[in-house]
Design a binder for this molecule. Structure first.
Ligand code: ATP
Ligand code: MG
Length: 556
């Protein structure tokens, strides 16, 4: 990571530098990344991870990983494991052990009793509907609950009975006593605890009451000595409540909440709940489908941690929000893969070419650079022989103007090989083109022919030593710039039917017979590809996922 360019300053970094300079902040900077384990992490979380761990790095502080696990019904160990793996893969190390908000359930409970004893919280028996009615609206104040002034002793007794399982789900809640007329609805006696008879992945059946996020978060932050609690803008209106909680308990410290804009990417959904629908409705092959904007999906597709971190750096951190163009994410991955990927030729839709003037029993070994801009990566060998394959799409019978590929009686150069001219088109009984008969020019290896100009350069492999493989051409999952924008429609209506095109029987140059794990390739003229280990093992031959095309074809 040290080789990466110095990160640009963001406003949060400036705030902290300022506070340090003025002596308002002393001691270590401690941040946390607090995912709820109710799904896999997505590209938006990558932004939050890079920010939280990045800030800690910048100030030689530490960052905790804390599972915000107060909704047991929606959470699972599978999600916890996946989230840990994703954070590690992105290149970050959390401080000490993984933490859980549920580690603090005992403390949270005692703080709640403390609030009750100090007249700052009460047990309320309004039904959910009544609660809505009493809450008021943005323009009208709410009304006090009839239970608001019940004696402290009574609330305390009921709260203990709630804990002991004496009431049903939803029968009672514990509420903060703040201000039902507050212009901020979050301050109108918010719920602190509710009854949920649900088994918890960490605490089992110990609890049947669970604390709410807005109550849990500030206390968890305080328990861990978090100094800067960075969260997305939708929590700005919750900040007064965050501060109220810390002011009204005997908090061990007072972290500062700072909000930043969440990442929105066009052509993408960044909501675990919605991504889960794609998985549940089998529209994708699981959370790590290479089309998913999840960190695990991007990993399987061939994105690198470096490219994701570079992307997060590029988009910066501010309060303004807006939508980032998917092209930017793709730019980041192209840049990274361009620098690191060995080149190879792979013919996606093979069309047989016979060189009628090349001996059937002859072969030649040709040498090509592994990377045209990086001689240190050395050379690779490919074999020239009488029977070759080119891509079906590199040949047309009626060449349009400016056609830079093969057509009858036209010459093209085969990359790293000779120039050849198409002399005859062979068809099968159904009329489909099955072979091109061509003549190569023996005087053209590495030099252009005298007297005529080849039409362009195309890629190829030889029949003799190319490798059979399958290709998954992935494209954007949604074909709508804002899949989520329909008022009545559904984002699922905008799944791009072309987001996965499977090509069987592609042929790659022989070096790819055993593609190395974790090595991305640039298939010349086609894009960046990454070997899918899982599918390769299943298919018994290499399966490559297209990470990204060489150029942006979605730009306007
Ligand atoms: P989702 O709606 O996808 O479930 P969330 O905000 O509920 O998102 P959490 O697991 O609570 O998901 O998020 C963990 C952290 O990541 C939070 O601090 C949250 O603010 C941040 N985060 C979530 N989505 C984004 C995003 N799109 N951009 C930046 N940060 C995000
Ligand atoms: Mg959430």
């Amino acid at each position: 990571m040290s080789a990466e360019p110095k990160k640009a300053h963001n406003f949060i970094q400036n705030l902290i530098e300022d506070a340090l300079a003025k002596g308002e902040h002393t001691g270590q900077v401690v941040t946390r990344f607090p995912p709820e384990p109710n799904g896999y992490l997505h590209v938006g979380h990558a932004k939050s991870i890079c920010l939280n761990f990045g800030i800690a790095d910048t100030f030689s502080g530490v960052c905790n990983l804390r599972f915000d696990d107060t909704n047991p019904e929606k959470e699972s160990q599978e999600y916890i494991d996946a989230i840990k793996e994703d954070v590690k893969w992105l290149g970050y190390t959390w401080d000490g052990e993984v933490r859980y908000a549920s580690d603090y359930f005992d403390a949270l409970y005692l703080f709640a009793e403390e609030l009750i004893e100090r007249g700052k919280a009460y047990v309320c028996a309004l039904t959910a509907e009544e609660m809505v009615e009493y809450r008021g609206t943005l323009t009208e104040p709410g009304k006090n609950s009839p239970y608001r002034d019940r004696p402290v002793e009574e609330s305390l007794k009921l709260f203990r009975e709630m804990r002991d399982g004496k009431f049903e789900n939803g029968e009672l809640v514990l509420r903060a006593k703040i201000d039902m007329a507050s212009p901020n609805i979050n301050m109108r006696d918010p719920i602190l605890y509710r009854i949920r008879f649900a088994e918890h992945h960490q605490t089992g059946n110990k609890w049947c009451i669970y604390p709410m996020y807005d109550y849990t978060h500030p206390i968890s932050d305080a328990m861990e000595g978090i100094t800067h609690s960075l969260c997305t803008l939708e929590f700005e209106d919750h900040r007064p409540l965050y501060e109220w909680v810390l002011e009204n308990i005997t908090a061990p410290c007072e972290p500062r909440q700072i909000e930043f804009a969440r990442l929105n990417l066009n052509y993408t959904i960044t909501s675990k709940r919605k991504l889960k629908r794609l998985v549940d409705e089998n529209l994708v092959d699981g959370w790590n489908d290479p089309r998913m904007p999840t960190i695990s999906g991007m990993r399987r597709r061939g994105y690198t941690p470096e490219s994701l971190r570079a992307f997060c750096d590029m988009i910066g951190v501010n309060k303004a929000g807006g939508t980032v163009d998917m092209g930017m994410l793709e730019f980041a991955i192209r840049e990274d893969l361009n620098a690191r990927s060995p080149r190879a030729m792979c013919v996606m839709r093979p069309l047989k070419v016979t060189l009628t003037n090349y001996p059937a029993d002859k072969t030649e070994t040709l040498s090509l650079p592994v990377h045209p801009q990086n001689p240190d990566m050395g050379q690779r060998e490919v074999t020239w022989s009488q029977t070759l394959f080119i891509d079906r799409e590199d040949f047309v019978e009626e060449a349009p103007r400016k056609w830079k590929r093969l057509a009858p009686d036209q010459a093209v150069r085969l990359r790293g090989g000779y120039v050849m001219t198409c002399k005859e088109v062979v068809r099968d009984a159904s009329g489909e083109i099955v072979e091109l008969r061509c003549e190569y020019d023996p005087a053209t290896l590495g030099v252009n022919p005298e007297g005529y100009k080849p039409n362009g350069v195309i890629h190829w492999v030889s029949e003799a030593d190319s490798v059979d493989c399958d290709i998954n051409l992935y494209d954007r999952l949604f074909n709508h710039e804002f899949p989520d924008s329909d008022k009545e429609g559904d984002f699922l209506d905008h799944v791009n039917p072309q987001s996965l095109v499977v090509l069987k029987g592609a042929r790659a140059e022989k070096g790819l017979a055993t593609p190395l794990a974790d090595l991305p390739y640039q298939f010349e003229r086609e894009g960046y590809f990454f070997c899918d280990q899982e599918l390769t093992a299943k298919a018994g031959k290499p399966v490559f996922n297209r990470t990204v095309t060489l150029r942006d074809s979605w730009g306007k």
